[in-house]
Design a protein around this ligand. Structure first.
Ligand code: HEC
Length: 169
């Protein structure tokens, strides 16, 4: 009875084990099949993809060896940023200064307000030019350098000052 019982248990156990191994093998091949399709051959051989990969795996440093031709290691000169184009005074005023000087926000002298501009114009246009480029902390408030538009050319900012001064005399 006991031996027969053991045999039955053993058979069932082996069957279950066999099924589990079978499932594992099926999963193994399924996984391989799925993984092999994620990087199709034409993606791997795509020149654009290869360039990107080459960039990613490029060595972070190169070593120059004394007595050998190291000219290939010369640092590449980054192309100089194109100088910002000069813009007209009104254009610059509208995009960079009006936010504050249009309505007189935060103590900014309002465009066309003769009383507010009079004493400032009296300081001389040189001073106003300087303050517009470098920024200015006055009694009324803070004028950020270039009105916050440091990307604009100095000349463009000066044009805007001239435009505001001319319109507020
Ligand atoms: C964030 C707000 C703000 C922006 C944007 C701004 N200004 Fe001003 N500006 C001020 C304030 C505030 C003052 C007054 C400072 C004071 O006298 O206390 C001022 C003052 C000035 C003055 C007078 C400086 C002096 O010496 O009296 C000039 C000139 C000027 N701004 C030019 C410009 C120009 C040009 C632009 C645009 C490119 C510009 N501002 C953009 C806030 C601003």
């Amino acid at each position: 009875m006991s031996a027969e019982h053991d045999k039955k248990f053993f058979d069932t156990f082996m069957l279950v084990l066999g099924i589990l191994i079978g499932i594992a093998v099926v999963l193994y091949f399924l996984a391989r099949n799925v993984a092999s399709n994620t990087q199709e051959q034409h993606v791997i051989t795509d020149p654009a993809n290869q360039t990107v990969v080459a960039e990613r795996i490029a060595p972070v440093a190169k070593v120059a060896i004394a007595g050998q031709d190291n000219s290939a290691l010369a640092p590449v000169q980054a192309a100089a940023a194109a100088p910002a184009a000069e813009l007209g005074g009104e254009e610059v005023f509208n995009m960079a200064c009006m936010a504050c000087h249009g309505a007189g926000v935060a103590g900014a002298p309002k465009f066309g307000d003769k009383a507010a501009w009079g004493p400032r114009i009296a300081k001389g246009i040189e001073t106003l030019h300087k303050h517009s480029i470098e920024g200015f902390q006055g009694a009324a408030g803070f004028m950020p350098p270039k009105g916050g538009r440091v990307d604009l050319a100095d000349k463009s900012i000066l044009n805007a000052v001239d435009f505001m001064v001319a319109g507020s005399k």
